[in-house]
Write a protein that binds this ligand. Structure first.
Ligand code: ADP
Ligand code: MG
Length: 268
């Protein structure tokens, strides 16, 4: 097309739309007529109009990336920090949790250990921190200790050991939920150790467990592996011990209290 021959406005519009589609800026392409109308109506400068158009594409891209990170993360619940009732769990240091939620611990590859009996909110806090990291743009993966052991075991049988190790090394934040008293299947303890070891000083891991740190040797069956794992986990770590009441039992308790009140109320 020669420069001297003016292209009709309609033709230019089609070309522009075509460019946007070719560059896969589909949200901008779709918004183009609306933005052009608005630009004309509001006598926008060219800069403003272009910025408006591209802002639409940037926001749509951000939203797509967020939902893809969220899908990848496999968080079991949609919990966020606002869902956590600090008043119900005085055993939890609110200031520490809010500090962890700023995600500064990711910067120096620190770990977070959430230790406490069942029902006190360990998984919930792990999910809350993981969710903050997803929202902030980090690659996060949530798994349980048993699932991690099973995945590694399967990979070993299928000759995919190095690829599964790369997978668990990848996320900026890995959550390993529910390390418990029950022994991990197969050589799960050793797989877990290797995952922790390769992430050590590189990227953060959140681990939840009902096993007090003093009892790890027993829980792993192998005191040397337990000590080596703790050594790496605790080198840079925030340990959150939650020793309060079980939230699960609490609601259960108040439910049965209400039932009882109802019964005695009617009887009395
Ligand atoms: P744990 O992993 O320690 O066994 P969970 O995190 O699974 O406990 O919590 C058990 C249940 O109680 C979940 O449904 C969770 O949402 C709820 N829960 C626990 N603590 C709190 C809290 N402080 N505020 C709100 N809900 C809580
Ligand atoms: Mg749990």
């Amino acid at each position: 097309m020669s420069d001297t021959m003016p292209m009709s406005e309609a033709r230019r519009y089609q070309q522009l739309r075509g460019h946007l589609s070719y560059l896969k800026l589909n949200d901008a392409a779709e918004a183009l007529p609306r933005v052009l109308d608005q630009a004309r109506a509001e006598r926008m400068t060219l800069t403003t109009a272009l910025e408006k158009l591209l802002e639409i594409e940037v926001e749509a891209t951000e939203a797509r990336k967020l939902s893809s990170r969220l899908r990848f993360a496999c968080l079991p619940e949609p919990w966020t920090l606002n869902d956590f009732d600090f008043a119900a769990q005085p055993g939890v240091d609110e200031k520490l949790i809010r500090d962890l939620a700023t995600l500064r611990f990711l910067d120096n590859a620190s770990n977070v250990l959430l230790v406490g009996p069942p029902g006190v909110g360990k998984t919930m806090l792990a999910v809350v921190l993981a969710r903050s990291a997803v929202d902030a743009g980090h690659r996060v993966y949530f798994t349980t200790a048993a699932e991690l052991a099973a995945k590694c075991h399967k990979a070993a049988l299928e000759d995919r050991w190095s690829s599964i190790m790369r997978f668990f090394a990848g996320p900026r934040l890995l959550v390993i939920d529910e390390l418990g008293y029950l022994p991990l299947p197969g050589d799960g303890a050793s797989a877990l150790f290797q995952v922790i070891n390769q992430r050590y000083l590189k990227s953060s891991t959140i681990l939840t467990t009902n096993v007090g740190i003093a009892d790890w040797a027993g829980a792993f069956g192998d005191a040397t592996v337990a000590a080596a794992m703790l050594d790496r986990l605790l080198h840079r770590a925030a340990v959150v011990g939650i020793d309060g009441p079980s939230y699960r039992l609490r609601s259960h308790q108040s439910h049965s209290d209400n039932l009882r009140k109802g019964v005695t109320g009617r009887a009395g």
